[in-house]
Design a binder for this molecule. Structure first.
Ligand code: ZN
Length: 383
């Protein structure tokens, strides 16, 4: 008996220690398909909760594009502004006016459920990064602004076996900062890497007027971390707010797609673009500007927008369908050369056409727009 117990205890301890690993192992493994491709679809600016009667249509768009692309789907990336957070306060004020007390506890969770319902219905692995509007919501009636780590945690805790979202290190700016490795089709070698970064809300490295950015300390973390990871052939990044380099891409490089508004890029160069480029990242995609959808190449890095997916909030332009950007990575090939297209709300594939170089309306060099403050003012008024 004694002998038995002696070996049973270490066994039990070992089993207990292995538990977190077993839980972690439930997360989906990302792997290139047998045909050597890995498909990523980027849903951006869904804006659930921004006049909630439109949410049903956003779910329809989301479902349509995901269904059309689900074959061979590797990963769904939600690149921010899943939710129009400040609308919670508008909802609360309306509630108060009609006498329901304005208790908005759980508002964010309701929106989050709407955001992830289509990926859960179709059983597709996904991850999120935060946009400037997500963390404006109140998670549980106790907090006001910004709740980035709690939102990330909500997704990790409730996204079940489908979410790959991770909490970034607590000592750097932003919450949704992490990377995901994609394994080779026929081995356990890492063949591709996907960085998912948090570009914050407002303010960039001391410039309070700027839109948010992947902050300098986060960029440094990317550089340091990347140096410790095995190199990969295929390397891509997703974030919400365009880096300032987007101006140069449109103005100086040959591009595909269209520009229909000034960019709300971060007007401070935090060094994020250089850090990603030097880490070997070959493509950086973002959202945020609902009326811009183009990409080009700068310093060997493809830089560009997804297509606005949601029905809430403004955009895309009138003659443009809502949709999502698909990037088809190929094993052993640069993400800068990956085939990409838009799957639109009608279920049709749109190929980004060369931008009309002759009639390009240029960005004013160095001029990123600044956050328009009406939403914040409204929040203050309603608060
Ligand atoms: Zn947006």
């Amino acid at each position: 008996m004694a002998l038995r117990r002696a070996w049973l205890l270490p066994l039990l301890l070992a089993a207990t220690a292995a538990l977190p690993l077993l839980v972690a192992a439930k997360r989906p493994t990302l792997r290139f398909s047998n045909d050597g491709t890995f498909k990523i679809i980027q849903l951006t600016d869904l804006h659930y909760g921004s006049l909630s009667f439109r949410d049903k249509r956003t779910t329809e768009v989301q479902t349509k594009v995901l269904e059309a692309e689900k074959e061979g789907m590797g990963l769904v990336v939600f690149s921010g502004d899943m939710v129009t957070g400040f609308m919670e306060y508008v909802d609360a004020a309306l509630d108060k006016m009609v006498g329901s007390g304005g208790n908005q506890s759980g508002w964010f969770e309701q929106q989050w459920k709407k955001v992830v319902a289509p990926v859960h219905n179709l059983s597709l692995p996904y991850c999120i990064t935060l946009g400037n509007h997500d963390a404006q919501a109140d998670l549980d009636g106790r907090y006001r602004f910004p709740l980035a780590p709690q939102i990330v945690q909500l997704d990790i805790d409730t996204g079940k076996h489908l979410t790959l979202t991770q909490q970034g290190p607590a000592n750097i700016t932003g919450a949704s900062n992490y990377w995901l490795d994609v394994l080779a089709s026929n081995s356990s070698a890492v063949a591709a890497r996907i960085w998912v970064l948090d570009s914050g809300m407002k303010g960039c490295d001391g410039d309070n007027e700027s839109w948010g950015c992947v902050a300098a300390d986060t960029a440094q973390w990317v550089a340091e971390t990347a140096a410790t990871l095995p190199p990969v052939d295929t390397h891509i990044a997703y974030l919400h707010i365009p880096p300032i380099q987007v101006l140069e891409v449109w103005n100086n490089e040959s591009t595909r797609g269209f520009k229909d508004e000034p960019s709300g890029c971060s007007q401070v160069d935090s060094g994020a673009f250089a850090a990603l480029r030097d880490a070997g990242v070959q493509a950086i995609f973002f959202g945020h500007d609902h009326d811009n959808c183009f990409y080009g190449e700068l310093d060997g890095v493809r830089v560009g927008y997804g297509r606005k997916t949601g029905v809430g909030n403004y955009g895309p332009p009138r003659d443009v369908a809502r949709g999502a950007r698909v990037v088809l990575l190929r094993e052993g090939e640069s993400a800068a050369d990956a085939e990409t297209w838009i799957r639109n709300e009608a279920g049709k594939r749109e190929d980004d056409q060369p931008s009309d170089a002759e009639n390009k309306v240029m960005f004013e060099q160095g001029e990123c727009g600044t956050p328009n403050s009406w939403g914040e003012k409204l929040v203050a008024l309603m608060g």
